[in-house]
Every structure is written in structure tokens, then in C-alpha cells.
Design a protein around this ligand. Structure first.
Ligand SMILES: O=C(O)CCC(=O)C(=O)O
Length: 213
């Protein structure tokens, strides 16, 4: 257990954007990790995302419910092996709705998209907005494994002002309302900081969204 001088507590980073430390206990983290390992297997498994400019994202990804590709959604892995996207499980939707309710006091429509991002080596994610959905329901994000710097910015520009938040294994971050279309990214992951008992090398992020489709 961490012996913090100042225990971490729920923080509203911006109106509508809330960090809830330690939302998932060790057992729940292990269950979620096992589920991620299953989802990562082919077909429609973990893949490297290629951007239209010819680049690649360093965080690898697998999707549930709807397949996200730059920049849209499909029912099959149109930029990968062509398989149907894996189903979005009801239990994950319930976890997301409970999390949104607790964090920002909103009961969203049922979640139907999960993006699972895997960061190893020096993977990171540039500043971007989640703007391919047709719903303003809050985005719910869980972290597993290594600690990262999560940069949460403004709705106008990728640049300052932004706030850097340390996300650790088990943390929840929710952004909705006026923060729903804020730029955000992951400039840094700290290798080797995952809780040893979890058994994960690297970082997983599980992001839940409502498609509005
Ligand atoms: O890994 C994270 O915490 C952020 C992921 C993210 O921004 C996204 O999937 O759009």
C-alpha cells in the first residue's frame, strides 16, 4: 500500500472532467486485465493503428462494439484483418455507467464502444479529441498497469492551458459536459511502475464511449 504524505482524492481537473484514484480494487483490476488479454487475441485482436498521413500510433489498440479507425467507426476491422469487431459486454457497460454516475453525476445512455489501448516500450498518445461519436455522453477511462502522465487540455487547441494528471493502476478518469471535446493525450508512461501483483508489463487503458449510432 502506498504511504502517501497527501492521500490522493477525487479531483475535478476541469468542469466536467474528474479523476477518481483507486476506483478499481486489486481483484477488479485482475479481472479486467484477464478480459483484455482475451480481447487482444486474434481475430480482431490487438493491432497497430496507421494514420492517414502514413504514421503509426505507438499505443496498440483493440476495440469492442464498434471498431474505431482514423477517423470513423465500422463493424469490422476495416484497417486490419477484416474480422467482425468483438461484442461489447453488458458487464463492462454497467461498470462504465456506475463510474460515470459516481464521477460526474450523470446517468449516460448505454455504453457500446470500448477502445483498449496498450502502451509498452516508449508508447504514448498525442493530443486529440474524441469527436467521432454522435453522442455527448461522458467518456469513461480506466487505467491498469504502469503509471502515466495524462494530459487534459482545453476544447480549442492542443496547446496550453492543460493539466497533467498522474494516472495509476485502478484509477478512473471521466470527462463529459463542457469537457467532452477537450484535447487530451498521454505524453509519458513510467515503465516498471505497475503493481507487481497485477502481473502486467506496460499500461492498459480501457476507454468507454457511447456511439450514438
Ligand atoms: O490512454 C489513455 O489514458 C487515453 C486514451 C485516449 O485518449 C483515447 O483512447 O482516446
Amino acid at each position: 500500500m502506498d504511504a502517501e504524505l497527501f492521500p490522493r482524492s477525487r479531483t475535478e481537473v476541469a468542469p466536467g472532467a474528474v479523476h477518481v484514484p483507486d476506483r478499481l480494487d486489486a481483484g477488479r483490476q485482475r479481472e479486467l486485465l484477464e478480459a483484455c488479454r482475451d480481447w487482444a487475441r486474434p481475430p480482431a485482436g490487438l493491432r497497430t493503428v496507421r494514420t492517414p498521413g502514413g504514421g503509426t500510433m505507438t499505443a496498440r489498440q483493440v476495440c469492442l462494439g464498434w471498431h474505431w479507425y482514423p477517423y470513423g467507426y465500422a463493424r469490422t476491422v476495416v484497417d486490419g484483418d477484416g474480422s467482425p469487431v468483438k461484442p461489447f459486454p453488458a458487464w463492462l457497460g454497467e461498470l462504465g455507467r456506475d463510474a460515470a454516475r459516481e464521477a460526474v453525476g450523470v446517468t449516460p445512455p448505454p455504453y457500446d464502444i470500448a477502445l483498449i489501448n496498450f502502451y509498452d516500450g516508449d508508447a504514448r498518445m498525442g493530443m486529440h479529441r474524441d469527436s467521432d461519436e454522435q453522442s455527448d455522453a461522458p467518456v469513461v477511462s480506466f487505467s491498469l498497469g504502469d503509471t502515466c502522465v495524462f494530459r487534459f487540455g482545453n476544447t480549442e487547441t492542443r496547446a496550453r492551458p492543460y493539466t497533467d494528471v498522474e494516472l495509476r493502476s485502478g484509477d478512473l478518469f471521466v470527462f463529459g459536459g463542457p469537457a467532452r471535446l477537450a484535447y487530451h493525450g498521454v505524453p509519458k508512461v513510467y515503465p516498471g511502475t505497475a503493481p507487481p501483483e497485477l502481473g502486467l508489463t506496460g499500461r492498459l487503458n480501457i476507454t468507454l464511449r457511447v456511439s450514438g449510432r
